[in-house]
Design a binder for this molecule. Structure first.
Ligand code: SF4
Length: 442
């Protein structure tokens, strides 16, 4: 009898993508085989996101679309944050789903679906520790912790992901080694609050020794880049910053979780910082490392946000000149303190504020790309793949995180994924760069 086949559809953030990788590995370990498309799979898994209302809607629409598209008789399973957070309601509202399974069952979906022999105990930590398949791309997310210890008033994540649970350095290095041995050249470390890694096991500053270990043990095996995503701003200081700037594999890419720039509004969010502190942090890092790159995202229309507070955000954007920034309308999340706060700005005004943020940020982002071209900068591009239409290799430098920032197109080069090419920037197309290959570096 042919092995049953599965398809996983992933929504949401990189952390969810790692969970999907691990679910995929657990299904393969239980004897299932990946299908080429959802309509040929025996089991269709939708790994949902529940971060904000728009993400929940997208998850539900995806579940319904796949319910329609799936082959007659195949099973539809909903997992992930929405299944964990609103599982009972979801199961009642979407009878098309054969199973709605929260985090506790994600590591053993085959048990539920196909009555396969129980392979491992289940649970969030077990999912974290499950082995995973080597990705076809030369980069991979690596989750170092789950959950969050903070209490930002707009955020529901701690309520369904729990407080922080850090993986051991040995487990992380082992997984990293498997990925690097399988051809991964860039590791993208993720957690809800990455710089807080280790605090739950009373190891403050544990990220620094972890980075040193990854660099020392895996650079000789082919690891070229370590990228850190989601740094809470109060933790972006020495020794983390000096270590990031010192270690050759750690790229000077600072993904700061800022959310706003007005001190009073940040206090209402129960978050650290102010625009002045952020600018001084960013300037201080730029003084030490002119190649440093900064990304952040911001919430627009938090309850009670005034014109003056919004203006403070806009002024901060103009002064900080972040390389990359995203802006999101405030989303009222049930169960969070901010859900019951008064003073929500009208949707029309929030739309106007979002446009204003984009109008300030877009020329900054695109201007930084143009400046690289004008300066004829030489780039070190890790090739991610090949553009099917043009046949050109497409990759990224340290300036671009995968899946979220722009890319670099290498004109006339058809390099393999994983190759590193030195190239000269010749043109900027919005957020993407075009570059002329000079030589293969590795
Ligand atoms: S630090 Fe991030 S994940 Fe944690 S509560 Fe704040 S916004 Fe949510």
């Amino acid at each position: 009898m042919a092995a049953p086949t599965f398809w996983i559809e992933t929504l949401g953030c990189p952390k969810n993508a790692v969970d999907s990788d691990k679910v995929r590995a657990s299904l393969v370990a239980d004897g299932l085989v990946a299908a080429a498309a959802p309509d040929s799979a025996d089991v269709v898994v939708v790994n949902t996101c529940a971060f904000v209302e728009a993400a929940r809607q997208e998850s539900v629409e995806t579940i319904l679309a796949l319910a329609d598209a799936r082959r007659k008789g195949s099973k539809l399973v909903v997992t992930g944050c929405l299944a964990e957070r609103e599982g009972t309601e979801l199961a009642a509202a979407i009878p098309e789903a054969d199973a709605v399974i929260g985090f506790g069952g994600e590591g053993a979906l085959a048990d539920v679906l196909l009555d396969a022999p129980r392979r491992k105990p289940t649970g969030v930590r077990d999912l974290l520790e499950l082995p995973r398949a080597i990705p076809s791309a030369p980069w991979a997310y690596l989750k170092v912790a789950e959950g969050c210890d903070r209490a930002c008033t707009f955020c529901a994540i701690p309520s369904f992901r729990g407080t922080q649970r850090s993986r051991t350095p040995d487990a992380i290095v082992d997984e990293a080694r498997q990925l690097v041995d399988g051809g991964v050249a860039e590791l993208v470390l993720v957690a809800q609050d990455l710089a807080w890694y280790g605090h739950d096991v009373r190891e403050t500053g544990a990220l620094v020794p972890l980075l040193r270990r990854l660099d020392a043990e895996l650079a000789p095996s082919g690891l070229r880049r370590i990228r850190l995503l989601y740094l809470y701003p109060s933790e972006v200081r020495d020794p983390l910053v000096s270590t990031m700037l010192e270690l050759p594999t750690v790229v000077p890419y600072f993904d700061l979780s800022l959310q706003h720039a007005d001190r009073a509004l940040l206090a209402r969010m129960k978050r650290w910082g102010s625009g002045e502190r952020f600018v001084s942090m960013i300037d201080g890092i730029r003084d030490q490392e002119p190649e440093a790159v900064f990304r952040s995202s911001f919430i627009v229309g938090f309850p009670g946000e005034t014109e003056a507070e919004h203006d403070a955000l806009v002024a901060f954007l103009a002064e900080a000149r972040l390389d990359w920034a995203g802006f999101f309308p405030f989303s009222r999340e049930a169960g969070t303190p901010a859900a019951t706060m008064d003073g929500a700005a009208p949707a029309e005004l929030v739309g106007e504020w979002l446009r204003e943020c984009d109008e300030v940020q877009t020329p900054i982002t695109e201007g930084a790309r143009d400046a690289l071209v004008r300066a004829g900068v030489e780039l070190e591009v890790l090739v991610d793949g090949v553009d099917d239409d043009t046949g050109d290799a497409v990759g990224r430098t340290h300036r671009e995180a995968p899946e979220i920032d722009g890319v670099v197109r290498l004109e006339g080069a058809a390099s393999r994924p994983g190759v590193v090419v030195r190239a000269k920037a010749t043109d900027a197309l919005g957020v993407d760069l075009v570059a002329n290959p000079i030589e293969v570096v590795a």
